[in-house]
Design a protein around this ligand. Structure first.
Ligand SMILES: Nc1nc2c(c(=O)[nH]1)N[C@H]1C(S)=C(S)[C@@H](COP(=O)(O)O)O[C@H]1N2
Ligand SMILES: [Mo]
Length: 406
């Protein structure tokens, strides 16, 4: 019979340090066994997230914010939603990290170290709104499969890095370039190394915008591992799935990128509106580009109470994909009448904008405050769920909070 081998003293002492208590029978732990306390790490601690964040899935990690957590003008890490399609890469050594630029439409395949990126190209900082294409999916009827995001899959952090356009131009873009596609270090949930969890991209026109970054800092610090350390693509105003985390390769393609989750129905909506529940052929589905106009009341929390005769101060953010928000309104009568309120200019293009209002209520009772943003094309948010689509994307219905006047 094989003899059991027990863990080494050094391993035991690291377990003890991590657990923060003496493991009384620690010397009896078999080699290779991890104590339960370390098998299932607390995601809030692991990712430095606020305790009010809501976990939708742990394999892969999908965690969303609540409206009140998004009150800051610049979203702190603690309130940023997490959307993984596969497994987070375990360790990436920034010294060994290399970015490869390749594809049919690159003049010559080139690689860059992190130092190359930081020393050869000019640094830029932008605040960028990233919203998951599936944010709001939970309201779809008939329901759509996938993470049941409510309103919390959006953030607007500050990103610092180099312009993707500067790097692509340095590598050389052929005139037949159509699209870019990213590849990253995360691995497929099945463990199959030949499969990528996600590999998306965008047309050259979006890739070459000033604000499209290869970012290496988020809110002035190294990007946290879960959000894409050490380098992430950031393309504000488009579905956040375009903003590849942990990237190691960007291909300049002579066709629309055909990586994982670019084809079929992924991140696509019917090219023409369909009835709820209708089946749509793959060829009738179109890739989502700019995200629609939307807003969020971040203060107060729904369920707020105020005393009769007092006014209520509300505030929040509004964004409109590639466009700007030109008008902000609120309603306290279920959308019958609307009052315009101030909306600030964005800190830069593709950043969300802040609104506030002071609201008076006619008498005691139950109210709802609804917020509605309008973009520079004069398109307003729909009051309730917009056009149904099979995968539950782009729900930009008006956000609403309940208020009691007592
Ligand atoms: N490599 C990689 N990049 C990725 C993803 C992923 O699973 N792997 N998820 C995408 C999706 S669908 C979204 S919504 C955003 C989420 O970014 P966050 O987790 O930093 O909030 O990252 C995008 N980039
Ligand atoms: Mo997403």
């Amino acid at each position: 019979m094989e003899r059991r081998s027990f863990i080494k003293k050094t391993v035991l002492s690291s377990f003890t340090a991590l657990i923060g208590a003496e493991i009384v029978f620690g010397s009896k732990i078999q080699n290779g066994y991890t104590p339960l306390a370390l098998q299932d790490p607390d995601p809030y601690k692991l990712f430095s997230k606020n305790k009010d964040m809501v976990i939708l899935n742990d394999k892969p990690w999908n965690i969303e914010a609540q409206a009140h957590l998004l009150d800051d003008k610049i979203t702190p890490n603690s309130s940023m939603f997490i959307r993984n399609n596969g497994r987070t890469p375990e360790k990436i050594n920034p010294k060994d990290w290399l970015l490869t630029i390749d594809g049919e439409s690159v003049k010559s395949k080139k690689t860059y170290t992190l130092d190359d990126l930081k020393s050869k190209f000019q640094k830029h900082t932008y605040q960028l709104t990233l919203e998951c294409g599936g944010n709001g999916r939970s309201e779809f009827d008939p329901p759509a499969k996938g993470n049941q995001w409510t309103i919390g899959a959006v953030h607007c952090a500050s990103w610092t890095g180099v312009r993707l356009s500067d790097v692509l131009k340095d590598a050389g873009i052929k005139s037949n370039a159509v699209y870019i596609g990213y590849h990253a270090f995360d691995t497929h949930l099945s463990g199959d190394p030949s499969k990528e969890p996600i590999s998306r991209g965008c047309p050259m026109s979006k890739a070459l915008q000033d604000e499209t970054l290869l970012a290496f800092e988020m809110n002035g610090k190294d990007i946290p591992l879960i959000h894409g350390y050490p380098v992430r693509l950031v393309a504000g105003g488009w579905p956040a799935s375009v903003s590849g985390k942990w990237i190691n390769r960007i291909s300049i393609r002579d066709r629309i990128h055909d990586g994982t989750k670019m084809t079929g129905t992924a991140y696509r909506i019917p090219c023409n509106p369909v009835a709820p529940g209708e089946k749509v052929k793959d060829e009738d589905m179109c890739i989502i580009e700019s995200m629609p106009v939307k807003s969020l009341i971040t203060y107060p929390k729904t369920g707020a109470t105020i005393k009769e005769g007092k006014s209520l101060n509300i505030r929040g953010h509004a964004w409109a994909g590639e466009l700007e928000v030109s008008k902000m309104e609120y309603s306290i009568d279920f959308g019958t009448t609307w009052t315009t309120c101030p909306i600030e200019k964005p800190s830069n293009r593709l950043a969300w904008q802040h609104f506030s209002a002071k609201i008076d209520f006619p008498k005691k009772g139950y109210y709802e405050v609804w917020a509605r943003a309008t973009d520079t094309n004069n398109t307003a948010q729909p009051m309730l769920l917009p056009g149904w689509n099979p995968k539950g994307y782009l729900n930009n219905a008006c956000h609403r909070i309940a208020v009691k006047v007592i």
